[in-house]
Design a binder for this molecule. Structure first.
Ligand SMILES: Nc1ccn([C@@H]2O[C@H](COP(=O)(O)OP(=O)(O)OP(=O)(O)O)[C@@H](O)[C@H]2O)c(=O)n1
Ligand SMILES: C[C@](O)(CO)[C@H](O)COP(=O)(O)O
Length: 227
């Protein structure tokens, strides 16, 4: 059975959350957001190691019981998510890597399996995503509708995103060298000429980003645990 490494970017400040600590350490039921995320990833038999990428001044992670888990390694992130991911990739020894936001605690084993089973479709890699359901508008500078975007082939990119490790590291390096804003791993791979596969994932794999997301994530986790 092929095994992989997961890289979990967790070096953000969570500013949009407006909380008194980085959002990945906010409580969600019986444990923190990041502990839910890591517990989900650790449950997948093909994930042999998780590299958690934390901020240089992070004093939270070391106090978590999972910090001493044998499959968990920690490294230091950077000022942008892409730099944090690149630092995490330097700790990866497997041919393939799965990158998943610490702020997405509702990832399911079934979705992880679906993504992992897609990697035999080539080196372009794959990401979990959900087709856009709402009508999409592009705004002008005064926040008035400029146009309606054709949503036929529009998707929300989620994580995990899964790629050959070296190709991803080279692609992020190249994108950063061109000062291109890389908000996910797929955008770096696209820039390098790859065409990653979009794999339909669950819409409840939300990224906890703003205050109202916390209660929603708690409800989703509760519903998943009852299923
Ligand atoms: N320099 C950064 C910025 C973000 N992240 C991580 O990338 C994930 C997704 O980023 P986002 O939701 O934007 O988190 P923050 O950057 O913390 O949020 P904000 O933009 O509101 O500050 C999070 O798990 C976050 O910890 C990271 O590792 N390094
Ligand atoms: C990687 C990501 O979660 C895919 O949707 C998203 O791009 C992260 O963006 P953020 O602004 O760093 O939260």
């Amino acid at each position: 059975m092929q095994t992989f490494t997961a890289v979990v970017p967790a070096a953000g400040r969570g500013s949009r959350m407006q909380a008194n600590m980085p959002k990945q350490y906010l409580p969600l039921g019986d444990k923190t957001i990041i502990e839910h995320t890591l517990t989900r990833l650790l449950a997948h038999p093909q994930i042999e190691k998780i590299v958690v990428v934390i901020a240089a001044d992070d004093h939270h992670f070391s106090s978590l019981p999972l910090a001493s888990h044998p499959k968990i390694e920690v490294t230091i992130g950077g000022p942008e998510r892409a730099i944090s991911v690149l630092n995490g990739l330097s700790c990866v020894e497997t041919d393939w890597v799965l990158v998943h936001d610490a702020a997405r605690p509702c990832i399911t084993l079934a979705d992880l399996d679906t993504l992992v089973s897609a990697i035999d479709q080539g080196e372009d890699g794959a990401i979990l995503a959900i087709p856009v359901k709402d009508t999409m508008k592009r705004a002008d500078i005064s926040n008035r509708i400029e146009l309606t975007v054709e949503r036929g082939h529009l998707w929300h990119a989620l994580t995990p995103q899964m790629f050959p490790t070296q190709q991803l590291a080279d692609a992020i390096d190249a994108g950063l060298a061109q000062s291109i804003v890389l908000t996910d791993e797929a955008s770096a791979m696209e820039l390098a000429g790859f065409k990653p596969l979009l794999i339909t994932g669950r819409a409840d794999n939300i990224k906890v980003t703003q205050p109202e997301d916390l209660a929603l994530a708690a409800f989703i986790l509760q519903q998943q645990e009852r299923a």
